[in-house]
Design a protein around this ligand. Structure first.
Ligand code: CTP
Length: 415
């Protein structure tokens, strides 16, 4: 099916950010142009983004840039001296869910430390009671200077989250630590901060993702079509709810959700070892990975040559990870069933055999669901016999529903 132009309009929406008011402070650095991308990403996620530009930020970008991207008025230094100036900073600060200053120059950081209130942004920061994130951007020498380091330490001590900077080439041509973190990383940090205190706070969630690879020789392996997208989305959904997340991933180029501890594995055997270790003390295991059921019994030490003829390659079963986990299982165990026929019957069998609390069943014969797609159509089956058919949804939305069901299954915490 060809998607209409509006079909996936809200695909970038993030429930945690939707309808939340976020203050984005932009200060005078060449990285200000990246703040435009950040404003756009937050707006697409459904946030109401109010931007405040300092006078020096305006030398790099304009209020109009941000107004055009957010669809909301952007505030500039001159607004501080306009009619409503005396109450503007309080109004902006009061109902914000979060203040993020990106890029944050050394000067603005110093002002924050001392509670200076001589710009609309720092005045607003002083009036704000919401969580604050600062994304420094400056030349490497300035970042490493003891004054800046000491200032950041003070901010950290006050509970401010510092994201970045990262290492790379700076506008001056120098290479070092001082580049502002990428907008995706800043959005990830915003999610992490807003997710604190969420329904999975204090819970340890282990998620596996992607398709394992079973080597035949030094260059070839047996693999499957799993992209890892659904598993990564589940890890992100757990982080959004405040969980401590370990993401055990088969080879994948997907970006690790900010805050997840990622463990990279290749084979079913490696995944099995890492999962069995990670589930100790965990509250939840979600096995979204497509684990190979068979592997070559012997791996050729050298590359198999064409001249050697068609090789005989007997297979042997891999470790049944869920089978092993069942012996000392965490309170909630969730499995996946990717089926090309008899979806419900096969998934129900797996739910029972693998002693799962919940199984996410998907029909991989559909084009718009399953492996590489960004969307999925799944049926949730619970151990008690409940069945819930979900419509076609973004994988991020499927992940949210699965996490909500997991929340309901978790026994109450004993504090
Ligand atoms: N799984 C596992 N260990 C394996 C294979 C699969 O833990 N060696 C997990 C998967 O991560 C998934 C669930 O078991 O959560 C079902 O995987 P699937 O491959 O559909 O199940 P199988 O038991 O291998 O059944 P099938 O005969 O359909 O391949």
């Amino acid at each position: 099916m060809r998607m209409g132009p509006y079909a996936l309009m809200n695909e970038g929406e993030i429930s945690l950010l939707s309808g939340r008011r976020i203050l984005l402070g932009v200060t005078g650095s060449i990285a200000a142009f990246k703040a435009a991308d950040l404003a756009s990403k937050l707006t697409q996620a459904g946030a109401e983004v109010d931007c405040i530009l300092t006078a020096s930020a305006e030398r790099f970008v304009t209020g109009l840039t941000f107004q055009s991207l957010t669809g909301r008025r952007a505030y500039v230094e001159q607004d501080l001296w306009a009619d409503e100036g005396h109450i503007l900073h309080v109004g902006l600060a009061q109902t914000a869910a979060l203040l993020v200053i990106a890029p944050a120059t050394a000067d603005t950081i110093a002002k924050l430390v001392h509670g200076r209130a001589n710009t609309l942004l720092t005045l607003t920061a002083l009036a704000a009671t919401c969580p604050v994130i600062v994304a420094p951007a400056m030349d490497a020498g300035m970042f490493e200077h003891p004054a800046t380091q000491a200032n950041l330490e003070v901010l950290r001590g006050r509970g401010v989250t510092i994201v970045g900077p990262v290492e790379g080439r700076m506008a001056s041509g120098l290479i070092g630590w001082g580049r502002m973190s990428e907008p995706t990383e800043i959005v990830g940090t915003i999610r992490l901060v807003l997710g604190r205190g969420g329904p999975l706070t204090g819970r340890k969630v282990v998620v596996t993702a992607g398709g394992t690879q079973e080597p035949l020789d030094p260059v070839r392996f047996l693999a499957n079509r799993s992209s890892g997208k659904q598993g990564f989305a589940l890890a992100q959904a757990a982080l959004d709810r405040g969980a401590e997340v370990t993401l055990i991933s088969a080879p994948s180029h997907l970006v690790t959700p900010t805050g997840a501890v990622r463990r990279d594995v290749a084979t079913a055997k490696e995944m099995s070892e890492v999962v069995l270790q990670a589930v100790q003390g965990a509250d939840v295991l979600v096995m979204a990975a497509a684990v190979a059921d068979f592997r070559p019994r012997a791996v050729s030490e050298h590359k198999l040559k064409r001249a050697g003829g068609v090789p005989e390659m007997p297979l042997e079963p891999t470790e049944d990870i869920l089978g092993e986990v069942a012996k000392r299982r965490p309170p909630v165990v969730v499995g996946f069933a990717a089926e090309s026929e008899d979806l419900i019957r096969n998934a129900t069998d797996k739910l029972k055999h693998k002693q799962l609390d919940l199984i996410v069943a998907n029909d991989i014969s559909a084009k718009d669901a399953g492996f590489a797609a960004n969307t999925n159509r799944v049926t949730l089956l619970k151990a008690g016999g409940d069945r819930e058919e979900l419509p076609l949804m973004a994988k991020s939305k499927v992940a949210e529903v699965v996490m909500e069901r997991i929340e309901q299954l978790l026994p109450d915490m004993i504090n």
